[in-house]
Design a protein around this ligand. Structure first.
Ligand SMILES: O=P(O)(O)OC[C@H]1O[C@H](OP(=O)(O)OP(=O)(O)O)[C@H](O)[C@@H]1O
Ligand code: HPA
Ligand SMILES: [Mg+2]
Length: 185
């Protein structure tokens, strides 16, 4: 799917595919350096993080293992419910491991704040965060984020894993939705 296929649903492209891919390579370079000589477990947060996980994992030169958690706080809407539900837990015991949580977006920050707290209680060697996007004007909880792709305006975005009612995740770029799609005037 590309911008032309989206027709009237797309308001504008915020971050192009090329910009995203260049940023992932840059973040991977930093992660390679920071964890050099060690082994890293990258944990993707389903479903939004699938694209950034797949691209980041292939850009890293470190030996990595991949695991996944599924949590959900948005349901089908554009606002967080504030309640994080675990739909799938890790398969791996992370005690003593270096863990990097990979996310598509930090919006209110509630999902990652809850998740990092949860993971730290399992006694890993370290837990850090890598997120493709962050909305500084929407963040409600302080979060220590080591690797961040782009700070973006406080608008609902789609693409590169991010959905609206499960659609648009497969767009290779980040865009904003036309208001008519979600019922705003
Ligand atoms: O910072 P927050 O306000 O908590 O929002 C960020 C989270 O919300 C979205 O996931 P969602 O719960 O919609 O599930 P999904 O990844 O399956 O789309 C997104 O992928 C992040 O995981
Ligand atoms: O802006 C967003 N778009 C899609 N999903 C999201 N989950 C949190 N924020 C967003
Ligand atoms: Mg998510």
């Amino acid at each position: 799917m590309d911008a032309a296929d989206m027709g009237k649903d797309l308001e504008r492209v915020l971050i192009t595919e090329e910009e995203l891919q260049a940023k992932i390579k840059e973040l991977a370079g930093r992660i390679d350096e920071d964890y050099a000589g060690g082994e890293l477990l990258i944990v993707g947060v389903l479903k939004g993080a699938v694209m950034v996980m797949a691209d980041l994992a292939r850009a890293l030169h470190l030996p990595v293992q991949m695991d996944w958690m599924a949590v959900s706080s948005y349901g089908a809407g554009t606002k967080t419910s504030g309640v994080v539900r675990v739909l799938k837990d890790l398969d791996t015991d992370i005690a003593g491991r270096h863990v990097l949580v990979v996310e598509d977006i930090i919006d209110s920050g509630l999902t990652l704040s809850w998740l990092v707290h949860n993971l730290k209680s399992r006694n890993p060697a370290s837990v850090e965060i890598c997120a493709a996007l962050r909305k500084p004007d929407a963040v409600k909880v302080a979060l220590d984020v080591k690797y961040i792709g782009f700070d973006i305006p406080n608008e609902f975005v789609i693409g590169y894993g991010l959905d609206y009612a499960e659609r648009y995740r497969n767009l290779p770029f980040i865009g904003t939705l036309a208001p008519h799609v979600y019922g705003a005037s």
